[in-house]
Design a protein around this ligand. Structure first.
Ligand code: G3P
Ligand code: MG
Length: 248
């Protein structure tokens, strides 16, 4: 089977530009663009009634104040929540975006995306299938092909089966000796990992094997430069303006 091709930028804004605006909101996507990120990373889960939406945590508590699991809450209840006030009064009224609204914002802003599939436990297949179905239906032709990633290999396998043409990256906090088996099992073209835990030899092995290598979440300019010198292709950061200045 031939693998999908992937063209990555040098940096990606994390959860939008999470240092400057509430993570995984439309204002965070806009802030990423304003601060020079060509792409953004964001996390996608499903509401109880299967609406794909941007949310990092399995519970709504931290960013909205509603102490409930995402997977047990309807979209009608989630879209009413305030997802900005937790970060400061200036962001009050910011909403949890549906993936559909986020894609429309990307289209208007001209932003590419690393879509992280972040399923609630036990919903790996469903979330992956919902995400790729929406990307296939709505992804704007003028944007670069998006990259799918997930910590859950089952979600990547479901994405591979449903949309083999969409490039995938395994997402692993600290790479172990089985990283290549895991990448091959889901036909990944990329490896996304914690840049703070990436050994020089491991980075070299990933690159020698032909994979695109991305690291998160790098907010320190000196570390970003070191990682690029190690062969890292793409740096995922909360502070795209600072990292862009550091790595050019
Ligand atoms: O996709 C990179 C990074 O977002 C993975 O960690 O927990 O911030 O989603 P997390
Ligand atoms: Mg993420």
């Amino acid at each position: 089977m031939s693998l999908p091709s992937l063209s990555l930028p040098r940096l990606i804004g994390h959860r939008g530009a999470a240092a400057y605006a509430p993570e995984n909101t439309l204002s965070s996507l806009r802030e990423a663009r304003r601060r020079g990120a060509p792409w953004v990373e964001f996390d996608v889960n499903l509401s109880a009634d299967d609406v794909p939406l941007l949310m990092h945590d399995a519970r709504l508590t931290r960013t909205t104040g509603l102490d409930q699991p995402v997977a047990a809450t309807s979209w009608a209840d989630i879209e009413r929540l305030d997802a900005g006030a937790w970060m400061g009064a200036a962001f009050a009224g910011e909403r949890v975006p549906s993936l559909e609204k986020a894609i429309a914002a990307l289209a208007a802003l001209g932003l590419g995306a690393n879509v992280e599939i972040k399923p609630s436990p036990g919903r790996e297949d469903e979330v992956a299938r919902a995400v790729v179905a929406m990307l296939r239906r709505l992804w704007p032709a003028h944007l670069p092909t998006p990259l799918l990633s997930s910590f859950k290999d089952a979600a990547l396998a479901a994405a591979r089966d449903a949309a083999p043409e969409l490039p995938r990256a395994i997402l692993i906090d600290e790479l172990q000796d089985d990283w290549r088996d895991r990448a091959q099992a889901v036909a990944a073209v990329g490896v996304n990992t914690n840049g703070g835990k990436l050994a020089v030899a491991r980075a070299a092995a990933v690159k020698a094997a032909g994979y695109k290598l991305s690291v998160y979440t790098i907010n320190d300019p000196a570390l970003a430069r070191d990682l690029v010198a190690m062969g890292v292709d793409c740096v995922i950061t909360d502070v795209p303006d600072i990292i862009a200045a550091a790595i050019g």
